[in-house]
Ligand binder design. Structure first.
Ligand code: PLP
Length: 403
């Protein structure tokens, strides 16, 4: 993993927004990727929960090749078939009725909150405030930085746009207390990803939904990370017996092509022509790819597989926890999992794992974050566990020799 010419060039050319792992990836297939020296890695980062079907999945590659030869971009001034087909698939398989396509998660959330403000203006005497939660993550625009309940993302940019009230996660009373005549919506992640892989009590989403219905305010779910099979059901809301008024998707929707979507119930689909839009959003190329990916996920019950392999992975991580005192907690659902430690060793572990051919991410200084492709097998989980155990044993904490 020595610094290559590409890594030196990157140091000179880029704004410093990310600390990259010193690996230059040049090729991927399924759950594996290779660096410029031909070294193979098992990928448990999955493009940050994006590569649903792994790297270069044949169904997506074929759809991209075919669509690239047919029609790539038109503008949304015209009807195009791939986006209509994708919208139909999403509506048929969710509780939502209408779709708006964009290019990323943050744009989907921006659209969702603009829609909530339209609703506030039209139905709630101009209410515009949105309740969000501590440790949430909703994206990087100025407004979504304000919505995101983590001061480390906010502090460099204060003053931020107003209209957001941030309350404790997994606490419905906090939502109730924060609700005022100015509130138009609550936005939540069903499981917080970036904030630490925080799984709320099973009753939390239902209680928040009931409160939103009682107050006539919108219940919005950010399923950008949890959606499209990641947690073992197609959408995470299904497990909690709730139905959001608005849901946002991105990440895993396109198995690697950049696409975001905002879905809404009929009665809140309030945009009029010109009130919202996107140049690239939902263009034929990305929609053909996302359609092929989503169809494959549905036809092959990938969420069911995620449930099974995710449970197996959690069990194996629990075993690891028993073995190493430094590992203190396993949490998550499906293939969105964190392993927490009693010490801030996540950075060292990320590098040591990469050195041994396993790519993982950190979600906190003391916690690793696993978001592998949804197609990983139990055997690949065993391989990852083996590498983690080796790293913990050889490099850090040999069992029975706790420092
Ligand atoms: C829950 C959630 N919402 C929004 C976003 C922002 O998505 P994007 O980076 O595609 O703008 C992310 C990205 O990590 C996310 O995890």
């Amino acid at each position: 993993m020595s610094g290559s010419k590409w890594q030196e060039l990157e140091q000179r050319l880029f704004l410093r927004t990310v600390n990259r792992v010193p690996v230059t990836l040049v090729r991927g297939q399924g759950t594996l990727v290779w660096d410029e020296e031909g070294r193979e890695y098992l990928d448990f980062v999955g493009g940050w929960a994006v590569n649903s079907l792994g790297h270069c999945p044949p169904v997506v590659v074929e759809a991209l090749e075919k669509q690239a030869r047919t029609l790539i971009q038109t503008s949304n001034q015209f009807y195009t078939i791939p986006q209509i087909e994708l919208a139909r698939l999403l509506v048929e398989h969710s509780c939502l009725d209408r779709v708006f396509f964009c290019n990323s998660g943050v744009e989907a959330n921006e659209g969702a909150l603009k829609l909530a403000r339209r609703d506030g203006k039209l139905r709630l005497n101009g209410a515009y405030e949105v309740i969000t939660t501590h440790s949430s993550f909703h994206g990087r625009t100025l407004a979504m930085t304000a919505a995101t309940g983590q001061s480390k993302f906010q502090e460099p940019y204060i003053p931020l746009p107003n209209g957001f009230v941030n309350v404790e996660y997994n606490n419905v009373d906090a939502v109730k207390q924060a609700t005022s005549g100015q509130t138009c919506a609550v936005i939540l992640e069903p499981i917080q990803g970036e904030g630490g892989v925080n799984v709320p009590d099973d009753s939390y989403l239902g209680k928040v939904q009931s409160w939103c219905r009682e107050k006539g305010i919108l219940f919005i779910l950010d399923e950008i990370q949890t959606g499209v099979g990641r947690t073992g059901t197609l959408f995470a809301y299904e497990r909690y017996g709730v139905e959001p008024d608005i849901m946002t998707l991105a990440k895993g929707l396109g198995s690697g092509v950049p696409i975001g979507a905002l879905l809404a119930k009929e009665d809140v689909s309030l945009f009029s022509p010109g009130e919202h839009g996107s140049t690239f959003g939902g263009n034929p190329l990305v929609c053909a790819a996302a359609y092929a990916s989503l169809k494959h996920i549905l036809d092959n019950d990938i969420p069911g597989r995620v449930e099974r392999v995710g449970n197996y992975f959690m069990t194996r991580l629990e075993e690891l926890k028993q073995q190493f005192e430094v590992a203190t907690e396993v949490r998550g659902r499906g293939l969105l999992i964190a392993l927490e430690f009693s010490q801030e060793i996540a950075d060292q572990l990320v590098l040591a794992c990469a050195d041994r051919g396993l790519l993982v991410n950190k979600v906190r200084p003391n916690a690793l974050w696993f978001m592998p492709p949804l197609i990983i097998t139990e055997k690949e989980v065993d391989r990852a566990i083996g590498i983690l155990a080796d790293v913990l044993t050889e490099k850090f904490w040999a069992p029975g020799a706790e420092s």
